[in-house]
Design a protein around this ligand. Structure first.
Ligand SMILES: Nc1ncnc2c1ncn2[C@@H]1O[C@H](COP(=O)(O)OP(=O)(O)O)[C@@H](O)[C@H]1O
Ligand code: SF4
Ligand SMILES: [Mg+2]
Length: 444
């Protein structure tokens, strides 16, 4: 594992620059970022994204026939934890990302949502190969990004770009905007040297900045403008996919919508696929026709917009949704209050056995401590990892997964049962799935 973060250089967009005196803020402008404030009742500032974004820009639609541009399978990142003292031994691992699988369709957009520390940024940094994964594969353009050497990765860096959370620390304060946006063009020989400035100015115009301002320094711009510079830098290489890691959470609420709109326009215009990371289901709702919900290094539920926002079956997704103002009513019916989760997010060094959410889950039972729930496809484009998947207040009383796992309802081995072979989690969706009503695998 290594973190290739060049100090004070901007020469390869796709590696994250960090600069002395600038650190990534832990808290964002919106809601669920700080762990202590995960569900802070009425104290959280709700973003009216539906109103802000909905005015001029339509939400992205899903093309179910689009082939995947990126197919991630069983991806893992374990960071070693070292002991103190002179001989630093590895005493454990932070299981930041622990076997996640998903696809991003060509020109599509997948939202990756969850509380702070659940492994979202690590996932983004694995895809852009700022980290070397502990395991799994990431198929892009027929190649496995997970196993390529840094040299082999170089041509692909063009195609896989990242927009960082903090527009203050991700731009080198000592470089002009022209250098920041122009360097990737030069490094990757995108245009002849005498055309770099023209291209930089075009890019600045595309992202809504004054093309004459190429000679200015980042500190002469506002946060929103800086994020536009970051987007121009990522856009310079005409990538096939962009990983946007909470690209607006460091920005003022009114600016957030503008930057989202810009990304949405660019996505349509250039057909760029997005992995859009957010800690808030409100933001990705308008940007992403598909959403994956993460908890403590695992994907707990993934599906199209309709499945996630109107038919969530996982207690964690339901809790997150209850904090989104305009879907709150639809999800929790007459109950207007937010679903509050008890306790803190456990440590990813020593996560709970079985289902990692069980220590905070309001409906956990014995089997939850014994077996990890499989990420089961339960609809055409909907998967959930819970032994008791169901609507709020209508979760089944008996685990739906017991028979599939070959155990009894308490999770103890059932000598008469054979575990199902259908439980291996694949990145995409199958034509058949587990029907929650009939409790059998079938086709729609
Ligand atoms: N370089 C690292 N070394 C060790 N632990 C890390 C490193 N980066 C992240 N982590 C840990 O991995 C977990 C996931 O972090 P991260 O991916 O940043 O979460 P998120 O982006 O969802 O807030 C956290 O517990 C974090 O402390
Ligand atoms: S598997 Fe059990 S603990 Fe996990 S979310 Fe479902 S009910 Fe809760
Ligand atoms: Mg993060």
């Amino acid at each position: 594992m290594s973190h290739r973060s060049p100090e004070g250089t901007e020469d390869t967009a796709g590696t994250e620059p960090t600069y002395a005196g600038h650190t990534e803020p832990q808290g964002g402008a919106v809601g669920l970022e700080k762990q202590d404030d995960a569900f802070p009742g009425e104290t959280r500032t709700d973003v009216k994204f539906s109103e802000l974004v909905g005015q001029t820009h339509t939400a992205a639609v899903l093309d179910p026939l689009a082939p995947p541009v990126l197919s991630v399978s069983n991806l893992k990142m374990y960071f070693p934890v070292k002991s103190g003292g002179v001989v630093r031994r590895t005493v454990g691992h932070v299981q930041a990302v622990d076997g996640i699988s998903f696809e991003v369709p060509e020109g599509g957009s997948l939202g990756l949502v969850g509380e702070s520390g659940c492994g979202k940024s690590t996932t983004g940094r694995l895809i852009t190969r700022l980290y070397d994964p502990t395991g799994g594969s990431m198929i892009f353009d027929g190649q496995d990004l997970a196993t390529l050497s840094q040299k082999e990765m170089l041509p692909l860096r063009r195609e896989v770009q990242m927009i960082f959370q903090d527009p203050y620390s991700s731009l080198n304060p000592r470089h002009t905007v022209g250098t920041i946006v122009g360097t990737p063009l030069r490094v990757h020989n995108m245009v002849p040297k005498n055309k770099v400035l023209d291209r930089v100015q075009e890019l600045l115009e595309v992202v809504g900045l004054n093309p004459e301002h190429y000679n200015r320094y980042p500190n002469e711009f506002s946060g929103g403008q800086r994020q536009r510079i970051g987007i121009a830098r990522a856009l310079a290489l005409q990538p096939k996919i962009m990983v946007a890691d909470e690209p607006v959470s460091a920005l003022d609420v009114s600016i957030q919508a503008q930057v989202i709109n810009l990304m949405q326009d660019l996505q349509k215009e250039f057909g760029i696929a997005f992995l859009f990371i957010a800690h808030d289901l409100a933001i990705v709702r308008h940007f992403c026709p598909e959403v994956a919900v993460m908890y403590l290094g695992k994907i707990v539920e993934i599906g199209d917009r309709e499945s996630i926002y109107s038919h969530a079956r996982h207690p964690y997704t339901q809790a997150l949704l209850s904090a989104v103002p305009d879907v709150k009513q639809a999800v929790i019916g007459g109950r207007r209050e937010r679903i509050r989760l008890e306790g803190d997010v456990p440590s990813p060094i020593n996560p709970p056995s079985g289902c990692r959410f069980r220590t905070r889950c309001p409906i956990a039972q014995e089997i939850c401590a014994k077996h990890e729930p499989p990420l089961l496809q339960i609809g055409q484009r909907h998967k959930v990892a819970c032994h008791f998947p169901g609507e709020i207040g209508q979760h089944p009383t008996e685990p739906l997964t017991a028979r599939l796992l070959g155990v009894d309802n308490a999770g103890s081995p059932d000598p008469g049962a054979t575990p199902s072979k259908d439980l291996v989690t694949k990145p995409g969706y199958d034509d058949t799935w587990f029907d929650l009503d009939t409790k059998t695998f079938g086709r729609a």
